[in-house]
Write a protein that binds this ligand. Structure first.
Ligand code: GLU
Length: 474
């Protein structure tokens, strides 16, 4: 039992789209905070890099978190705080470190530092350590890394990680203009906000010894550290925004359900054990432990995510599924004319679609044939289904059979009818129905054909077959 309730934080910089890796960090921190009544998750927007920040990115962070179920309607949530509003505290702290002799001013230019080195990759050589420079123009403030060492970072995921002090340069904590650098601002804020546990991406591990030294120099016990494994694509390359689909928003727009996304993201480096994978957040949350996170890279497998999503979609009540489809049915974005949409037809076909789509956006291609004046033909499907000797013959025969007023216009009867038509042409149902499907829906794959025809109605079905015949003969 910890003495103080846990305080985790999520500290994104608002410099781009919200990354799936950030989403995972946020969720892990959220689970830890929610495990204790008094646990808190602090959202801190690290907006000190004014040149790269944009208010819409901040807005995007808040929205993305809300979509994942993390937000201020929950008492475990605290913030958002903005790093820029703590600038005074950052400067004050830098000054204090200088006054206490834990930091010193340095007027070396980058070129000078490089010139003194044979190896340009080595860090700062401590040239100004004992020069006793006062603050002044062109002088940056460097932290005096103590002699001795090593600094040992106890990482909950990686165990003990040792950093020899000869490998930690006297790093800059404030620029010549007084503005703080990441290492300092991030620690000052964590101290101020009483953070007890830092859970963040592996790319920050190299900052951690410096930051731990800062915590100690400021007279505070460092927090628990945990550095999450990188997320890689199928080629084992670190996910990159230039190459990979990394924006959470892209998944949202494609119709991934937040609950499926949350479930999948939680498995990037962690597992609830016993081979369990599909598990709702409410069950995962109490099981999550940062010490159970794996240190090896985590593969972001979109295929698996899609499979998860399909399962979550199928588990929805039909009414709920219909509601979740709404954004894609909106006349502003849907491909059909507003007056073409028929709510009753949609409600009737929704259960068939629900059992088949992997992402909600697929609903459109599954139902558009009902609401468009005429189908949009997929040329490949067309060529394949309308082969000479099959296409026109089947369409003509079906057109005639469907004209029979004695044929009840319902799925079972339509199936039998088309089966018979196929037989008389020496074709199995699968082959016989292909031209009809393409003529009516535009595609060779879709929802069960006879239910679709039933909904479309006799008149429109025949009209489309007729139009397809004309297209074939043209
Ligand atoms: N603003 C930093 C980032 O986005 C925060 C790192 C941290 O969590 O300490 O990477």
């Amino acid at each position: 039992m910890t003495e103080h309730p846990i305080r985790t934080r999520f500290a994104p910089s608002p410099t781009g789209m919200f990354h799936v890796g950030s989403a995972r960090s946020a969720l892990f921190n959220w689970a830890l905070a929610r495990q204790q009544d008094e646990g808190r998750f602090v959202l801190r927007i690290e907006d000190t890099d004014a040149a790269r920040n944009k208010p819409e990115w901040t807005e995007g962070i808040v929205q993305a978190l809300a979509w994942l179920g993390i937000g201020d309607s929950d008492p475990h949530f605290e913030g958002p705080y903005f790093q820029s509003s703590y600038a005074g505290k950052h400067r004050e702290t830098a000054e204090r470190l200088y006054k206490e002799g834990r930091a010193y001013y340095c007027d070396c230019t980058r070129e000078q530092v490089q010139e003194r080195r044979d190896n340009p990759n080595l860090g700062y050589d401590g040239f100004c350590r004992d020069r006793g420079l006062e603050p002044g123009p062109g002088r940056a403030l460097r932290f005096r890394v103590p002699e001795g060492g090593p600094t040992v970072v106890e990482d909950a995921i990686r165990g003990r990680v040792e950093f020899d002090h000869t490998s930690i340069e006297d790093f800059v904590i404030a620029r010549a203009d007084g503005s703080p650098l990441f290492a300092l601002a991030n620690v000052v804020d964590d101290v101020e906000m009483g953070i007890t546990q830092v859970v963040r991406g592996e790319e920050h591990l190299s900052n951690t010894p410096k930051q731990q030294l800062l915590w100690q120099a400021l007279g505070h016990t460092p927090p628990g550290w945990a550095h999450l494994p990188v997320i890689v694509n199928e080629k084992r390359q670190k996910l990159s925004k230039r190459r990979d689909k990394v924006a959470l928003e892209a998944y949202q727009q494609e119709g991934f359900l937040p609950e499926a996304m949350v479930n999948y993201l939680m498995l990037l480096g962690w597992s609830p054990g016993e081979d369990r994978e599909i598990m709702p957040w409410s069950q995962m949350e109490p099981l999550f432990a940062v010490s159970d996170v794996n240190s090896s890279s985590a593969f972001f497998d979109e295929k698996k995510l899609r499979a998860f999503n399909g399962e979550y979609i199928r588990a929805l009540a039909t009414e709920e599924f219909i509601d979740r489809c709404r954004p894609w049915l909106d006349p502003e974005v849907a491909p059909w004319p507003e007056e073409g949409y028929d709510e009753d037809a949609f409600r009737a076909i929704a259960p068939l679609a629900q059992s088949r789509v992997a992402v909600l956006s697929e609903i459109v291609a599954n139902v558009d044939f009902l609401f468009l004046d005429e189908p949009v033909f997929d040329e490949q499907s067309w060529t394949k289904a309308m082969k000479p000797g099959v296409g026109a013959e089947m369409l003509s025969a079906a057109l005639e059979r469907f004209a029979d007023p004695g044929l009840a216009w319902e799925a079972e009867a339509l199936k039998t009818a088309l089966e018979e038509v196929g037989q008389s042409h020496g074709l199995k149902l699968g082959k016989a129905q292909a031209p009809v499907r393409v003529a009516v829906t535009g595609r060779s794959v879709g929802l069960p054909l006879f239910e679709s025809l039933e909904l479309l109605g006799r008149g429109r079905t025949r009209q489309r077959i007729d139009a397809a015949l004309a297209r074939l003969n043209a």
